[in-house]
Design a protein around this ligand. Structure first.
Ligand SMILES: NC(=O)c1ccc[n+]([C@@H]2O[C@H](COP(=O)([O-])OP(=O)(O)OC[C@H]3O[C@@H](n4cnc5c(N)ncnc54)[C@H](O)[C@@H]3O)[C@@H](O)[C@H]2O)c1
Length: 273
C-alpha cells in the first residue's frame, strides 16, 4: 500500500518553523547599514529581539533607538574576540538566542599587480580577509557556542547562522582579488560549518548577493547605478536590501535549508570588468 503523506503533520511543522523568529533573540553584524539594517528591520517585524553589532556605534545606536523595544546594540569589530563575546552576551540576555546574521564586510579594489608591475598591497589583502572571512568565522564560533547551550526545539533545532558572501566568490572581477578571496572563504566554510554544528542542531547557510542597492552603491551617480542595474538578467535593476532580508527570514523559517549557498542576483553573471 502506498503511504500517503501526513499533510496535517506537515502543516503543524510549517507553523512551528514560522514561530522560530518570534520571541527569539538575533545578532546581526554590520546591522547599522545596508543589508544588515534591512535584516534587523525584518527580524524585528517578525518579533525577534535584535542585537545590532557594528563598528559604527553612532549608526547602531540611532537604529536601535528608532526600533526601540527589545532592539539593542553593541559596538566593535567582528575580528575582536572580546567585542564579539560582549555582543553575544547581550544577545543571550535579550532572549532565547537562535539567529545570527553576518553582514559586516568591506571591499577593496586593486589588481594583483599594477600597471607598472607593482604588487598588490599585502596589508590591504590581509585586512579584507581579516574583516570578511576571519570576522565571520569569529562571530560564528562564539555565537554557536552560546546557541548550543539553548533548549532545542521539538526536532532538535537550536538555531541558524546566515553568512553573507558575494557573487564575487564565483566571478570576481578585475581588481576584486582580495574581496573574492575573502568571500570565497565564506562560501567554502558553509558546508564544514554546517557539519560541525549539526550535532547541536544549528544550521548554516550563506547568501551570495549580486548588486544590491545599499549606501555603498548609493554613493554612485544615478546614471551609473542605472547602468549597473541594466546589466542584471532579470529584473534589470539593483536588488533591494529588503529582498536580502526576506531571504534571511526564509532561511530562518525553513528548517530544511542547511549547508547551502544561495545566489541572490537576478541571474547576473559578472563579466571580467
Ligand atoms: N551591496 C552589495 O551590492 C553587496 C553585494 C554582495 C555582497 N555584499 C556584502 O554584504 C555585506 C553588507 O554590505 P552592505 O552593502 O550592506 O554594506 P554597508 O557598508 O552598507 O554595511 C556594512 C556594515 O558593516 C559594518 N562593518 C564593516 N566592517 C566592520 C567590522 N570590522 N566590524 C563590525 N562592523 C563592520 C559597517 O560599519 C557597516 O555598517 C558585506 O559583507 C558585503 O560585502 C554587498
Amino acid at each position: 500500500m502506498v503511504r500517503s503523506p501526513d499533510w496535517a503533520a506537515a502543516e503543524r511543522l510549517s507553523y512551528r518553523f514560522a514561530m522560530l523568529i518570534d520571541n527569539t533573540s538575533a545578532l546581526v553584524t554590520g546591522g547599522a547599514s545596508g543589508l544588515g539594517e534591512a535584516t534587523v528591520r525584518a527580524l524585528v517585524r517578525k518579533g525577534a529581539a535584535c542585537t545590532i553589532f557594528d563598528r559604527d556605534e553612532a549608526r547602531a545606536r540611532v537604529l536601535a533607538e528608532e526600533l526601540g523595544g527589545a532592539t539593542g546594540y553593541a559596538a566593535g569589530d567582528v575580528g575582536d574576540a572580546a567585542a564579539v563575546e560582549d555582543a553575544v552576551a547581550k544577545a543571550t540576555e535579550a532572549g532565547t538566542f537562535r539567529i545570527v546574521v553576518n553582514c559586516a564586510g568591506i571591499g577593496w579594489a586593486q589588481r594583483t599587480i599594477g600597471r607598472q608591475g607593482e604588487p598588490h598591497d599585502l596589508e590591504a589583502f590581509k585586512t579584507v580577509v581579516a574583516v570578511n572571512l576571519t570576522g565571520t568565522f569569529n562571530v560564528m564560533r562564539i555565537a554557536a557556542g552560546a546557541i548550543s547551550k539553548t533548549v532545542p526545539l521539538d526536532d532538535g533545532e537550536r538555531g541558524v547562522i546566515v553568512n553573507t558572501a558575494s557573487v564575487a566568490a564565483f566571478e570576481g572581477q578585475i581588481g576584486q582579488i582580495s574581496y573574492s578571496a575573502s568571500k570565497g572563504g565564506i562560501v567554502a566554510m558553509t558546508v564544514p560549518a554546517a557539519r560541525d554544528l549539526a550535532p547541536v542542531g544549528i544550521r548554516v547557510c550563506t547568501i551570495a548577493p549580486g548588486l544590491m542597492d545599499t549606501p555603498l552603491l548609493g554613493l554612485l551617480p544615478e546614471e551609473q547605478r542605472r547602468a549597473l542595474g541594466s546589466g542584471v538578467l532579470f529584473p534589470r535593476r539593483l536588488g533591494y536590501p529588503a529582498e536580502f532580508a526576506q531571504l534571511v527570514v526564509s532561511i530562518a523559517e525553513n528548517g530544511y535549508l542547511n549547508g547551502e549557498t544561495i545566489r541572490l542576483d537576478g541571474g547576473l553573471r559578472m563579466p571580467p570588468k
